[in-house]
Design a protein. Sequence first.
Lengths: 428, 479
Amino acid sequence: MTWSPATDAETREMLAAIGVGSIDELFAHIPAGLRAASWDLPAGLSEMAVRDRLARLASHNNVCLVNFMGGGVYDHFVPAAVDALTSRSEFYTAYTPYQPECSQGTLQAIYEYQSAICRLTGMEFANASLYDGSTAVFEATTMAVRITGRSRVVHHSSLNPIHRQVAETHAANLGLDIVEGDDPTDAACVVVQLPGFVGTLADYSCLAQRCHDAGALLVMSFYPVALGIVKTPGEMGVDIAVAEGQSLGIPAGFGGPYLGVLATRKAHVRKMPGRLAAATQDAQGRRGFVLTLQAREQHIRREKAMSNICSNEALCALRALIHMCLLGKVGIRELAVQCHSKAEYLKSRLGFATLLNDGPTFNEFALRLPRNAQDVVERMAARGFLAGLPLEPLGVGGPNDLLVAVTERRTRQELDAYAQALKDTACS
Amino acid sequence: MQLIYEKSRPGRRGVAFDPLDVPEAALPPELCRETSAALPEVSELDVVRHFTNLSRRNFGVDSHFYPLGSCTMKYNPKMAEAVAAYPGFSELHPHVASSRALHPLCQGAFEVVYELERFLAEIGGMREVSLQPIAGAHGELAGTLMMAAYHRARGNAKKKDTILVPDSAHGTNPASAAIAGFNVVEVASGPDGTLDVEAFKRALTDSVAGVMLTCPNTHGLFEPAVKEVAELTHSADALMYYDGANLNAIIGQARPGDLGFDVMHFNLHKTFATPHGMGGPGSGPVGVGARLVPFLPGPRVVQEGGLYTLATPEQSIGRVSAFFGNFMIALRAYAYILHLGGEGLKKVSENAVLNANYIYARLKDAYDRAFDGRFMHECVFSASAQARDGVHAIDIAKALLDHGFHAPTVYFPLTVKEALMIEPTETESKETLDAFCDAMLAIAARAATDPQSFHDAPATTPVGRLDEVYAARRLDCAC
């Protein structure tokens, strides 16, 4: 099997033009002792056979359960136009816009994405994308360290435990003092999450003030859909806002690709990691877009760069932009109201369990069930529900604790059926 | 072209929701945003037409030859896109893996991870592979973090604080090593464009924890001393990192593990044909030899009693991404490997090297070559001769756009003045290569006779050369 078009005759012509007799001669300078010692790979399969095989593997995954699982990845509806437009190969087969004149589609889309993120968050500058929400937390942390010159980093208890682990892995050798709590004294930053990992909402305006009084920054990881109604990072005085952007039109896809969002205030833009598109003009005064402030990046600054990021998640950022455009000013609010209202309705039907949140929630909440949560989700799967995320394996709850998320896709009928099934399963 | 925000009309809608079928709930007012997010108010057709027209202002591999050196812009098979659309994969929630009780729900995805990790290990001559890193640079970071963990476990963390990187390396190498906590020392290339072994020996002190090499290097040349360098490195109790950016040149011919490398990353969006997506998403699995297996990122997919489940190595550096890396990209690469098979993968490097050498043969009299020696999957020229007439690498790049070709990589590697780095890949036909070479020859001829004519290029793109200084001064990055 091959995707190389060269015919035997063409190969001979090309070899003759090069002045060698065979393809082997092109590799003759690699000493025999350095050639592959083993090459134990299967024979190629036709497209038909590959697709059959992968369709069979896909059928070994169960995606037919009514979904109440969140924990940072949410089951939102994605309009067909998002897939249709991002499937245009002029987008997905292009690369980083190193030649801006033939990449205006990419660059204008990045500029519009940056604008949408700023409008959603109330921040002034957003970058073109980072890998995902977890690495965005790490990037925001080191950005705060660069800005403040301090090495103490405070992770608030609201932060996603997996994001915290990823940030800690990345920072292992940077000499940072990572502690838990909310005390900004001598800290580069305090990192909070909105809503918190178990769903609780809070106004962090006062913490922002305390951070600024102490010379620290407030970093916030936010849930983009929640900002349809929730007070924004900008309004709370956040300095660096990051997010897992999956909820903006990106499929769950067993964990990726997703979208790392990062936005900040003007004062900090030169310390920001990642690419940045800016408007400018050509000699005829026509508006166009280029990558700017590239001296922050690894291909110029090398070991002194703001980050090592090169490939980012541009196509996912395009998905997020198109999704936000389709939602529009009214739709993003309606989406958030639907998620919140349905979650509140479900909460009201779950009196048999204990609600663990100590404040209002958006669309996700934590329950303490009368029995082991892992047993419950296993039994609930047999009844057709992906019942939620047991918290104990993540180290943020007891054995009976379950995190439940509700999106606009859940109907009242599904919510009622879920409440009944959970009661049957957890209380029997 | 207008911005989507300039097309906004108050009251216009793109999507509609079913009426809320539960009572509407409200948040406490102090938790509510003051005004609605000013996203554009547009119809679905407004959105579709806007982004369709935006897409037409791009060059992509499907529409244009895209010989961007070091980026391996090969054809992205449609088959892989079809596979990635299977709902059994695309709709699978990753947290089903977070609870052992739910592992029966994701056995198909676990099998893809498990099998692809084994295929990649065989391809790289590595013991084990982790799909967690999200991009090539992220794989470098995971790899250098493992190197640090290795030396720490041996009680040498303080002493082993330096990584050696050739001056021809991608910028991500020193940037990744710095984030992993290392000092970076650059080693000069010799006049032949390969690593200067004597300079390398002088730099290889007791403090060296590892060496990052690209092979073939960014000059397009196989490192002839790679085995000797690996032996020297190992005798200094340091580790060898292979930057997989140029794996397309040697896939099936030589394996980094056999060359003496201890750790490497694979760029699935280069060698394994997954789309570049305007800059991403890519995928950068990291592979390791025996020394680093205990330090791999976790959790890992393992087989246990006929089922796939998860386990984390005891000395793991931890998670480098939230779940299993860019799984949907890995899935595409898995389909690519299944289709080509072992023999087809060997043909990849054969035809990639053939195409690059053919371009070199056709252009060598018109452009200065940067170094002697056999080019592999890409050829590097210098436009120094043209620059003496006032036509620089950037001018050649812009002129190529008017000929209907994406430009090569220019001004990289940094070691070559006026660099033009051309990587045709194996999926391009002889006619395309000939048309490109004809354009390059015409440009070289015109550079000698009419250098002034280059300053208005490109003339056929939606905009002409853009004012980057004005962009940086004004810093209009959002509206």
